[in-house]
Design a protein around this ligand. Structure first.
Ligand SMILES: *Cc1c(COP(=O)(O)O)cnc(C)c1O
Length: 396
């Protein structure tokens, strides 16, 4: 092992082919093709068909929620969810998220207000949010980043105290439970993404869960142009429907999602074993009293302790054909559409900037072998050992 030369210094890459950060879990063709064939034979390809209804009922049970409305993707689902709340004004959210969270607020005609994150959980800081609540604040839109639940108790208290709507971006949090309750049961609404890169997927898709029949009916109408019945169109709807083919894929993927969670959990535990205690690395904190879904494995690189900054580790891993991702850098508040807003000023978001400069999402999915995990951990340790040489090396 000591003989190995790092790829970034001219050695052969550790993996012959790229190891991607994630890979969509797919059912056996025998499980999914008959479902697709049924849809095709029925000629009912979209518009509240049998498959969509079946998937929604299965998801309602799996997610442990009162109502579940499927959508074509989570971005449109977020947009519809914000519309369903019938609010105006400002929405407090986190800059440490995927761009869709903030874009949806803007598309819904509301104003995003960026709030700093907790330095340990990397989720919206409820105390910082309390200081941002003003006369125009209408809602909170926190994100369960990497599937780690937000401080749901503190956020509920804050929302209740000021009469704010509470909408969660649960795109990463499929199947997670917090304090004994399903993640989708917290807040007024929760939005899930079923994009191919997410733990549970329908290739493209999403859903909104709620305990409110009224909100659920609004969502169903909003996703279908606002059509209530043959003679009534209410509100400014959109086309947010999931197709029958996507729902059929979802029905088959749902059968294997618990196995995928188990497999990812094993691999995450192995990473933890190998990387815990390495100076300069902080592993994603698991929130207490949580049933996790192990959708991501994220480390934070402290340049002083590790000897190299995150970008150099990222580049050195890339040379080994290990594809890690800097989720979420740049922060949404750095996007040119938002960076001039007062709440986007970096001085107001110190934790978010610090975390965004350090995080690295490592490959994690059920088809990765434990040997792959070992090889990735070995690569990280070798890169760390070579830090003095790499610091002098130009960034690839
Ligand atoms: C993936 C993702 C979305 C958007 O989901 P789509 O289904 O691709 O529209 C929204 N928010 C977060 C946090 C995400 O990771």
């Amino acid at each position: 092992m000591t003989e190995r030369r790092l790829a970034v210094l001219g050695g052969a890459p550790r993996f012959a082919d790229p190891v991607y950060v994630t890979r969509p879990r797919l059912p056996d063709e025998e499980a999914v093709l008959p479902l697709l064939a049924n849809v095709l034979r029925s000629r009912w390809l979209t518009n509240d068909g049998e498959m969509v209804r079946r998937l929604e009922e299965l998801l309602r049970l799996r997610l442990g929620v009162g109502f579940c409305a499927s959508f074509c993707n989570a971005t449109v689902a977020l947009l519809a969810a914000l519309r369903a709340l019938e609010i105006e004004g400002e929405v407090i959210t986190t800059p440490f998220t995927f761009p869709a969270t903030v874009h949806a607020i803007e598309w819904a005609g509301l104003e995003p207000v960026f709030c700093d994150i907790d330095p340990h959980t990397w989720n919206l800081d409820a105390r910082a949010a309390a200081e941002l609540v003003g006369a125009r604040t209408a809602a909170l839109l926190p994100v369960h980043v990497y599937g780690n639940p937000c401080d749901v108790h503190a956020l509920r208290t804050l929302a209740e105290r000021h009469g704010l709507a509470l909408l969660y971006d649960a795109a990463h949090a499929f199947g997670v439970r917090a304090h004994g309750a399903p993640i989708g049961s917290w807040g007024d609404l929760s939005v899930f993404s079923f994009h191919a890169t997410k733990l549970f997927h329908t290739a493209e898709g999403g859903a909104v869960t709620t305990a409110s029949d009224v909100l659920h009916q609004r969502l169903r109408s909003l996703r279908n142009f606002g059509i209530v019945d043959e003679e009534t169109v209410r509100g400014v709807g959109i086309n947010g429907k999931m197709s029958e083919l996507h729902a059929a894929l979802g029905v088959a993927v749902l059968e294997i999602v618990d196995d995928e969670i188990r497999r990812r959990g094993e691999r995450a535990a192995h990473y933890r074993e190998r990387l815990a205690g390495v100076e300069g690395l902080t592993l994603q904190a698991l929130a207490p009293d949580t049933t996790p879904n192990h959708s991501y494995f994220v480390i934070a690189v402290d340049p002083d302790g590790f000897g190299l900054d995150r970008d150099r580790l990222h580049a050195a891993l890339r040379a080994e054909n290990i594809v890690s991702r800097k989720y979420f850098q740049p922060l949404c508040s750095e996007n040119e559409a938002y960076r001039e807003r007062p709440s986007a000023a970096p001085a107001r978001l110190p934790n978010a900037h610090r975390v965004a400069a350090r995080v690295l999402c490592l490959p994690l999915h059920g088809e990765l072998t434990l040997d792959d995990v070992d090889a990735i951990a070995d690569a990280i340790l070798e890169i760390r050992a070579a830090a003095p040489a790499l610091r002098r090396h130009p960034l690839a």
